[in-house]
Structures are given as structure tokens and as C-alpha cells.
Write a protein that binds this ligand. Sequence first.
Ligand code: NOJ
Ligand code: CA
Length: 561
Amino acid sequence: MERKWWHGKTAYQIYPKSFMDSNGDGIGDLRGIIGKLDYLKELGVDIVWLSPIYCSPLADQGYDISDYYAIDPRFGTMEDMDELLAEAKKRDLHIVMDLVVNHCSDEHIWFRKACEDPDGKYGKYFYIEDHRPGDPLPCNWRSAFGGSVWSPLPGHPDKIYLHIFHRKQPDLNWENPEVRQDIYKMINWWLDKGLSGFRVDAIINIKKRLPYEDYPADRADGLCSIEYMLANAHGVIDFLDEMAENTFRRYDAFTAGEVFHEKPEDLPRFIGDRGVFSSMFDFAETILNQSPLGWYDTKPVTAEQYKAACFASQKRVEQVGFLCNIIENHDEPRGVSHYIPAGQCTVAAKKMLGGLNFMLRGLPFLYQGQEIGMENRRCTSIEEVDDISARDEYKVALDAGLTPEQAMEAVNRFSRDNARSPFQWDSSPNAGFSEGTPWLPVNPNYTEINLAAQREDPDSVWNFYRKLIALRNDPAYREVVVYGALEPYMPEQTNLMAYFRRSAEQTLLVLGNYQNTPQRAALPGTIRTVLINNLHTLQQDDGSVCLEPWQFVVLELEDRS
Ligand code: NOJ
Ligand code: CA
């Protein structure tokens, strides 16, 4: 496998709206981020992904772009963006933006022109079909946020357009070469500005199975999940290869694809040496137990499931490339609330989960607030919820016969707002995020969980993440931590997640006791050094260790064991 400039880096996702507000309007902004670059440096990260900050009506919090070449005034100006790039460069930080090109906003000029003249040039930028009210729709696909993927084309009662996500996110027609060229031009414009690359949004969706056809309905609404169509659509990789050739490869850019359910035979073309992306996120854990019926029907993830999913992902890519490893992002619940059983979310458990994920082979990708162990924020009524996805799932649960309280339970477990509440900087009002009223309330636990407090505490989650990052950057261990092969250790031992990381010279053993009772783990060799320990001691006796509840250690072993 070829070595790439980004392989040894640690990445960090910023959700700009909730990171730091510099002007008291309650919305995080670019100047807020600029003011925190030194913080990111201190934490030890190298690559920073910004969720969308382009001009947008924010119907889906910026994943609905109305101008790819402009910064939304709520986030700042293009001058602020230039300053951010320059300041990041001074600190050797790489800025990566979100690339949202499966769809744009219905307020984008392309869509407005398509509405003015559906038969003209811009009509062909979208998927527009003739449709008389009352006639059957071209297909029964369900949009990601509920309801049909088809909505009436504004101003044209006899036409409809396709949107896999919200109706304010019309899908761009990638079959049209003019669309693709416009997208490549825009990508290169940003790369020319000094951007290091992109996280690539919803990219599997750009290839539709045509002509349209129905799939078996999977809910009472008579519609089917878009997954059926995607499983039957072929050729996305050819679009992506053309995109990479015309853009990313020319700049040696770093790209991380939001890729779900890729076809196994396509994997090398996705993230191999000449892949269309540098890397892609590992979502195998995030989709565990997902029910076609909706959030309300989704069972909690067990330690055994988590372990098996991580190891399967590692195996899948070991000869091919690097995954971006995550426990959460802006679409997911907080990892510590999701993967640690309710009521057991201790500081030790948070560190264990973070450590197990961080030490996997691949690129560790932290999400803002993860480094201080931020947790889900509970809501008591749906009126408090901003996330359009959660609002839909609430309705789905009610329609399935759940009480409002039960439906709120489901929302509280999975709402995307969980990870979008403002960063908890300190214990001052609004957690130091804003001097105004935050657009989304802060988690009331900020008086206990905040960065300022954790800086002072050598045993904090934050100081633990710093140690993990420092180990990755330590020249004595970099080779094995970044490139070492991953080999599961005793995967059959329940609630123990353990693996080797091996290079030609070194063997590390990573152990996590994924339960709230102690457990003994046999050792395959002799410990040379305890490199990381989330507790103060490690009980060892002949050939084994007795791990405390949620204990996590990284051991360097003697020789190759
Ligand atoms: C994935 C993004 O992460 C999510 O926030 C968004 O709603 C969809 N793609 C649509 O762009
Ligand atoms: Ca602001």
C-alpha cells in the first residue's frame, strides 16, 4: 500500500453552528473557529472537517446549499474563510470542507431557473417528470426524512421533481455531463483557495437506478427505503472516478466519503491506492440493529455486536486502504450515550470506548465534544426538537401506535440534535458558547462536563484523548499505531474487546473490558510497557491481567507474541 501524507494524522469534525459563537447571535461562526485553532492544535489534531458553511436556507442545517461559492452570512464572510485557511496553515492544520453534491437547495439559482423553464438547460440539472395530480408517481421510494421522494415542481402543477432527502434538497442529475462539469469547476475553485480536501456527503445516492421502478413497500405508508434502489443502481464508481480525475487527484487532496453499503467489489476503487477517495467512514457500528420500521424499533447495541462490527470492518479493508473511524458525528447520537449501556456512562467507560476506537487501524476522526465526553441532550417534547429527521421519526413512532412519551424515548435515543447541542467550553452561562441565546439549548450537564474543568483534571476524558493522540504522534510508536496490522485477540471472550497492532518490530495489545464488572484476560506474552491505562493501576498475575470495570489499556509486549 502506498504511503499517503494524511495516513498518520488525527482528524476532527467541527459542526460550525454549535462550536463557538463570536458575535452573540447564538450561532457558531467562522470567527469562533479561528479563535479556537490554538485549542485544536493543543489537542493534537491535524485535519479539521467543517460541516457546511455555504449559503443556505438551513432547511437541513446547511446540507441544502443555495450558493457553493459563498459563505452564509450567519457563519461569516469569504474574508473570514480566507483568514481561517491562512491561520490554519500557519499552524500546520488542514481544513476540509463538506462537499454536498447529491443535491442542492431549492433556492439555488439552478433550481430556480429549472422552475422558470423546466424544458430549458436547467430543467436537465434535476430529475423532473410530467405528472398529473391523481396519477401514480414514477416510483414508491421514500425520502430520507419521510414521505415520497417526489414533490410538485413549484409553479408547475403538471410536473414533479425528485429529492432523496428533504423537498428543499432537489437531487442534481449526475447523468447530465454539464452538471458534473459545473461541480468539478466548483471543487477546483475551493482547492485552489488552499483547502486540503473534502468530506463527501451522501455520495452513493448520486447514481439512480433508471428507469424508475417500485420495490416492495416496507412500511404502512406503501413506500420503500431508498436502500433498495441503491442496491440495484450500478455505476456510481464511474462518476466518482471521473470526479477524482478532474479534481482531487490533481491536488493530492484528502477526501473522506460518506459511503454506505458500497458493493464489496468496488472497495478498492473507493479507497485503494488509486481510489476515488482517500478514505471513507466506517458506519458498520452506527447502523447496527437499524430497523426498517424506524428508530422506535431499534434495539440497543451490545458490546459483542460492537466488537464484531469493528473487526469485520477492519478485515474488509486491511489489504485495501484506511477507514475513518468514528464513534459519532452530527447525524448520530453521542457515542458514549449510544454504545455504553444506560446508567453506566462513567468517565472510565467513556475513555474505554474512545480508546478502543482510536487505536483501530485507520484515521481517528473525533467529533467536537467527543474529547470531553459530551452526552446526549434529552428533550421532553417534540417542540424542543430542531432535527427534521427526528421530527419525522417521532411521527413514524406515533403512527405505529406508540404513545407520545414512547415516541419521545426513541427521539431522545437517536435525534441528530443530541450531537448538535453547543460545545461545552466552561461553566459560565451557555457553557461559554455564546453571549446570546444559543440556537439549540446547551446540555444542562455543562456545569459538570466542560473543557475548562477537564483541563485542570489530569484524569479527565480530555487528558485521556490527548494521551491517545500523543501516542499516535510519538516517533517510537508511530509506525505500529498508524500502519501496524490489526489482529483480533480472543474475540470469543464475551465483553472483552481486544486486539493486537503489529509491525515488523513491535506488538501492541489493546484491551478493553466492555462491562461494569471485573474480568480476567489471559496474556499472550510478557508486558514490556503499559503505554496507556484509563485507570491508575493494572492487576497482573501469572500470565493474565484482571481488568476493572471499563478498564482500557494499551500494552507493549516483549518480542512478537
Ligand atoms: C448526510 C449529512 O451528514 C446529513 O446531515 C444530511 O442530512 C444528509 N447527508 C443530506 O445531505
Ligand atoms: Ca455567530
